[in-house]
Design a protein around this ligand. Structure first.
Ligand code: PRP
Ligand code: ZN
Length: 303
């Protein structure tokens, strides 16, 4: 039996993620890397947490901010674009902030952009005066237009925004751009960025006052541990002591060179590197006296 949804106090944490779409798979991978595992339910909408009392709710991304606001979910993985839009909407309706982004997650990068027909000669925002702009992000767009002092008409569409100029229902659009393929296919070109977006871990504006507080804190710490280590590599090798100064110079951009006692007078050394360690770099280190070079992926850490 699944527990009832929307109860006020809980001893289990409930995280909403996108059921399918761009953020679905990376969101699951991140949570799995944080040590969470689930029993799949038959309806595939609710996954009961097995390793920890943390359950998953699989939903439409657009529903996630509302689920957090209503207390149905405690945390959610959602695009900053969606969170900002719905926060802007609440603000316009005089409602108090209900959620906030707790962490940027480094995936699902995209931009909310204005795009105009390819043959337009773009001279800047002032050109938008009196035009019709189709978008699914009316709150963010209206706020941007106000900031620019432009009076344009916002045409709200829930989907297929990119065909509005061809249909004649708008002059230009404001939509998400990731690869740019959708714009190109519709003979539109991006001209202004309103928002740089990525997936975020969102939570309620206030905190939790029950067992969920500890669970959320633990999860955030694990998320930080996974994100910090994502592109890190541990470089290990051995060397004679006289080679160490030259090797340290070659590794000046890495973390400190750590010496461990090695066999037969040689030193065992290690350094933490940000990003990939190229073959060329390994060969340089070898020429400078490094032996038995190894590059290891770092999975997690507790800072
Ligand atoms: C966005 C956007 C475009 C497309 C752009 O939709 O509305 O249709 O992605 O991507 P591209 O630049 O790589 O072509 P998304 O898939 O995020 O769906 P949603 O906005 O309906 O959730
Ligand atoms: Zn969506």
């Amino acid at each position: 039996m699944n527990p009832p949804l929307g109860t006020a106090s809980r001893d289990r944490l409930r995280i909403a993620i996108q059921k399918s779409g761009r953020l679905a798979e990376p969101a699951r991978s991140l949570l799995a890397a944080c040590g969470l595992s689930w029993r799949e339910s038959r309806d595939k909408l609710f996954c009961y947490g097995e390793s920890l009392p943390v359950d998953l709710l699989l939903v439409r991304d657009d529903d996630i901010p509302g689920l957090i606001a209503d207390g149905v979910c405690d945390l959610g993985v959602v695009g900053r674009n969606e969170l900002d839009e719905q926060a802007g909407e609440r603000e316009r309706n005089g409602l108090a902030p209900a959620y906030r982004a707790l962490r940027g997650l480094g995936f699902g990068q995209c931009r909310l952009m204005l795009a105009v027909p390819e043959d337009w000669d773009w001279q800047g925002p002032q050109q938008l005066q009196g035009l019709r702009i189709a978008t699914s992000y009316p709150a963010i767009l209206r706020q941007w237009l106000e900031g620019q002092g432009i009076d344009a008409q916002v045409v709200e569409l829930s989907g297929s925004v990119e065909i509005a100029p061809r249909l004649g229902t708008a002059d230009l659009i404001c939509d998400l751009v990731s690869s740019g393929a959708t714009l190109a296919a519709n003979h539109l070109k991006p001209v202004e960025t309103l928002l740089d977006s990525e997936a975020v871990l969102a939570g309620p504006a206030g905190g939790f006052d029950d067992a969920r507080a500890g669970l959320a804190q633990m999860l955030l710490r694990r998320v930080d541990g996974v994100l910090q280590m994502k592109d890190r590599k541990l470089l290990m090798f051995s060397a004679e002591r006289e080679s160490v100064p030259a090797l340290a110079r070659l590794l000046h951009d890495a973390g400190p060179l750590v010496e461990l006692p090695g066999a037969n007078g040689a030193l065992s050394l290690q350094a933490m590197c940000d990003g990939a360690v190229s073959w060329q770099r390994l060969e340089e280190l070898e020429r400078a006296g490094a032996r038995g070079l190894m590059v290891l992926a770092v999975e997690r850490s507790l800072a």
